[in-house]
Write a protein that binds this ligand. Structure first.
Ligand SMILES: NC(=O)c1ccc[n+]([C@@H]2O[C@H](COP(=O)([O-])OP(=O)(O)OC[C@H]3O[C@@H](n4cnc5c(N)ncnc54)[C@H](O)[C@@H]3O)[C@@H](O)[C@H]2O)c1
Length: 434
């Protein structure tokens, strides 16, 4: 099938789109494709997720269960663990995880295993798009040779592109459809068909010159955030020494209508992107002898924030004549950011771990994270109302969930370390800011 035939098939809604990896990125995309009228095959190796989706349930807050069941009943969506079904697909989006190894080297094993499956079932005229965040060169150096191993050639027999995912879980304003989508193919026709596919679900598609540019765009965006968060975290530490309220400074600076963009300090980086993606870039740069100093420095500053928060807890307890050892410290929020259920890489986990090591009795509340199991941190959430009775020595606002009643928290906890400025407007001697 040539590019124009596939584009026509997409426009006529006669195409079948496969999405591999039905997580925070893949599931919303799969449902958007189904809502746009394509037949969608969602492929995941997690049988429990597949079964839940086929029952019309959703485990992603941003994807309502009704959207899944509507897509199912319209016959436009089906989840499966069967990679052989890839033979039915005209397009394949790869949305699998790209974590770091303990050594902070990229772990491409999920991409490799997805590419192996695609290679087994690849057919002429298929479009394959990698969406997982990764270092520049992955599509051409890793995925392309694997797909070509069976004899089909990218560009001649099938289309291949990279398109970075920009989804922001929990963001009510920006969803898949109104976030511009960057697309870079290995050649013009690949870019063109990938642009046509996304054009069905995204208002603005931004074609770029090649896959490496598209891969680098995502890393620039996330490195930009990591470095700026590192800068404000350092500024927060500096402001404390200078007795200046860093939040007031940032809010006032943000009134400048040009040349400034606010970033906020906090207990450290979390989530699947900002703490990880920049290290994909620095690893790749190091392969050609380039040391990326900004990335390393920001990683260093941001990585030290949980320890700093624990020092603040220790200072707060000190004012009540209490040691950390044996004190009951309650964390408000386990998710890495407000109003989401994602606790991956959450700094609250690091803070809990550091407090446990210093002998504190740690508990937490989080309306979205009922339980956490990570190394020594094995805890069940307790309802916040249950700990506002004087039983806690110190609370720590680790995640500024909107669902928390901060007035009640200020009244019910004897000491509070606020790492998120969630208690803005509350003035009391027992509140300690970052
Ligand atoms: N979560 C975000 O906010 C976000 C934003 C932008 C980009 N990204 C990037 O998107 C990619 C996916 O992230 P995510 O947050 O959706 O991950 P996730 O862990 O939520 O979902 C990944 C899914 O892939 C499945 N999976 C893993 N290996 C598989 C395989 N070989 N075959 C089939 N299924 C497989 C898992 O079971 C899981 O359901 C990552 O590269 C991430 O960096 C994530």
């Amino acid at each position: 099938m040539d590019a124009q035939t596939l584009i026509q098939k997409l426009h006529d809604r006669q195409a079948t789109a496969a999405v591999i990896g039905l997580g925070y990125v893949g599931l919303p995309l799969a449902i958007e494709f189904a809502e746009a009228g394509l037949s969608v095959l969602g492929i995941d190796r997690d049988a429990a997720k597949v079964a839940a989706l086929n029952r019309g349930e959703s485990y992603i807050l941003d994807v309502p269960a009704a959207a899944v069941s509507n897509a199912l009943s319209a016959g436009r969506f089906e989840a499966t663990t069967e990679f052989g079904r890839l033979r039915e697909a005209d397009t394949v989006n790869i949305c699998v995880p790209t974590p770091l190894r303990k050594t902070k080297d990229p772990d491409l094993s999920y991409i490799v295993s997805a590419a192996e499956e695609i290679a087994r079932h690849l057919h002429g005229g298929q479009l394959v798009i990698l969406e997982s965040t990764t270092y520049p060169g992955t599509t051409e150096e890793v995925v392309q040779p694997m797909l070509e191993a069976g004899g089909l050639l990218a560009g001649r027999d099938f289309f291949l592109a990279f398109s970075p995912e920009r989804v922001d879980p929990g963001n009510p304003t920006f969803r898949t459809s109104n976030i511009p989508k960057v697309v870079g193919g290995i050649d013009g026709p690949s870019t063109e068909v990938a642009t046509a596919l996304y054009g069905l679900v995204v208002k603005s598609v931004v074609p770029v010159s090649n896959t490496r540019v598209a891969e680098m765009v995502k890393l620039l965006e996330n490195t930009f955030r990591a470095v700026n968060i590192g800068l404000v975290n350092e500024l927060a530490l500096m402001c404390r020494d200078l007795d200046v309220n860093v939040w007031d400074v940032i809010d006032a600076a943000a009134t400048k209508p040009f040349g400034f963009m606010p970033f906020y300090p906090g207990p450290g980086l979390g989530g699947h992107c900002i703490p990880i993606d920049p290290f994909y870039l620095s690893w790749k740069a190091r392969q050609s002898g380039f040391e990326s100093r900004f990335i390393e420095l920001a990683g260093h500053i941001n990585g030290a924030m949980p320890r700093y928060v624990v020092d603040r807890v220790s200072e707060a307890l000190n004012t009540a004549g209490k040691p950390v050892q044996g004190s009951r410290v309650h964390l408000l929020g386990m998710a890495y950011k407000p109003d989401v259920s994602d606790a991956r890489e959450s700094p609250a986990i690091d803070i809990a771990q550091l407090l446990l090591r210093r002998g504190a009795l740690v508990s937490y509340s989080d309306p979205y994270v009922p339980t956490i199991e990570h190394g020594d941190v094995v805890l069940d959430a307790v309802p916040i109302e249950d700990v506002l009775d004087g039983s806690i020595d110190c609370g720590v606002v680790t995640t500024n969930h909107a669902a928390f009643d901060y007035g009640a928290i200020v009244r019910g906890l004897p000491l509070i370390v606020d790492t998120r400025n969630a208690l803005k407007g509350h003035r009391a001697d027992h509140i300690f800011r970052l």
